[in-house]
Design a protein around this ligand. Structure first.
Ligand code: DOR
Length: 431
């Protein structure tokens, strides 16, 4: 479709933070220009995207994507990951900084920004590291990364172990307007573990990672958030105890936020019984009780956002024995369908968790907002009733490590519009 062409999205139901209504949406020059009961595009040279039976929502926003570039392009590139994101309905992703080299300075931030723009399929917002090289010993130059627009800082893949350093990061981050996002895991407890510590790790003889490894760091960071007044976001919460800690902190008025991944509300540690490393992830898949607690947290607002933790790994690395394979699973192309299929939540709530809440957490003002004239046209159009089967060979990601191969799901992205440009039409990427 030609650049700059006006487009009418016809026949759908608009759902955004304002509510739901039947409406056609006209976009032009990168913006929404009209939202009306019926817009007749005939004779105007306007392109039409059919949305009958579909929801038209603000584009999805992922707070937690691994795009692997620079350094591990054999697993994913910014272009292939952006294509996977667009096909999954995302118009913005926050790219994790555990690349090689890590995204811990302005030069790498700029490289990621440039590659995201040149791919042009999804807005890519690099997260910066909290510590230099993610080594956990000295603070990274947050100010130079903030100057390039970076808001989210994390050492994801590892938690910041040093209490004093984390306190300093929060004090510095608060002044700089940064969001400190933590991968909560105490190394001293998690070291040597490859799955959740519990009944299944005992049965399988695989060393475990106890829930306490996560919960101790959640508790510490809650104490430090109270001490410093910093804005703290908890990444990929996986245990019932973590949900309870965050629930209590929010009830006490602490302005913290939290995300949970798709896999932590759809899969349990029992899947590891296959010894298939596609089920190895960090934090690990937990028990059915933990899954229930994550679902309850998503339902009652304790958990603010669904994140993918899309973590591509090559086939060769995932074919290694369970204890040697890297942790991580794909997520961008399956997250919306899994949320629709597996969570018994109203569509408004699913979309709050996947679009406007994560956009607000990361301060992404052009994403997740109401669909109204004058707003940036970053939109997702999906059929909530369309059923399909996850086929790893049909994913756009460069990697194949989805734990959902063969799973029947409901909810399919039909069109994705980025800054007025349809980057996905009828489930096909346009570049
Ligand atoms: O499973 C995971 N994979 N968890 C992480 O924290 C890092 C990620 C990766 O980079 O592969």
């Amino acid at each position: 479709m030609a650049e700059g062409l006006a487009v009418v999205i016809r026949g759908g139901e608009v759902i955004d933070a304002v509510g739901r209504r039947r409406a056609d949406v006209m976009i032009s020059g990168g913006q929404v220009v009209a939202v009306e009961d019926t817009i007749d595009p005939s004779g105007t040279g306007t392109a039409v995207l059919d949305a009958s039976g579909c929801v038209i929502s603000p584009g999805l926003v992922d707070l937690h994507t691994h795009l692997r570039e620079p350094g591990r392009e054999e697993a994913e590139t910014i272009e292939t990951g952006s294509r996977a994101a667009a096909l999954g309905g995302y118009t913005a992703v926050v790219a994790m900084p555990n690349t090689d080299p890590p995204c811990d300075c302005a030069a790498v931030v700029q490289q990621v920004l440039d590659a995201g723009r040149s791919a042009g399929l999804c807005d890519v917002f690099p997260a910066g590291t909290i510590t230099v090289g993610r080594a956990g010993t000295s603070l990274s130059p947050m100010a130079e990364m903030r100057a390039l627009g970076v808001r989210v800082f994390t050492d994801d893949g590892a938690g910041v172990q040093d209490d004093g350093l984390m306190r300093r990061a929060m004090e510095y981050g608060r002044g700089a307007g940064a969001i400190l996002a933590q991968h909560c895991e105490v190394d001293a407890l998690a070291k040597g573990g490859h799955m959740n510590e519990g009944e299944w790790s005992s049965k399988l003889g695989i060393p475990g990672i106890p829930a306490a490894a996560e919960e101790l760091m959640v508790a510490r960071d809650l104490a430090l958030a109270k001490l410093t007044g910093a804005t703290v976001h908890f990444q990929h919460l996986s245990t019932a105890g973590s949900v309870e800690l965050v629930r209590a902190a929010k009830a006490a008025g602490l302005p913290v936020t939290a995300e949970a991944t798709t896999h932590h509300f759809t899969l349990t540690d029992e899947y590891c019984a296959s010894y298939d490393s596609v089920f190895k992830v960090n934090p690990p898949l937990r028990t059915a009780a933990d899954v229930a607690a994550i679902r309850a947290g998503l339902a009652d607002g304790t958990i603010d956002a669904i994140a993918t933790d899309h973590a591509p790994h090559t086939q060769e690395s995932k074919e290694l024995p369970f204890d040697e394979a890297p942790p991580g699973m794909l997520g961008l192309e399956t997250a919306l369908a899994l949320a629709i299929t597996e969570l018994d939540l109203p569509m408004e709530r699913v979309l709050a968790l996947m679009s406007w809440r994560p956009a607000a957490i990361a301060g992404l003002v052009a994403h997740g907002g109401p669909i109204a004239p004058g707003r940036p046209a970053n939109l997702c159009v999906f059929d909530p009733a369309a059923a399909w089967t996850v086929d790893p060979e049909r994913l756009a990601s460069r990697s194949r490590n989805t734990p959902y191969a063969g799973r029947r799901v409901q909810g399919k992205v039909r069109h994705t519009v980025l800054w007025g440009q349809p980057v996905v039409i009828d489930g096909e990427a346009q570049r």
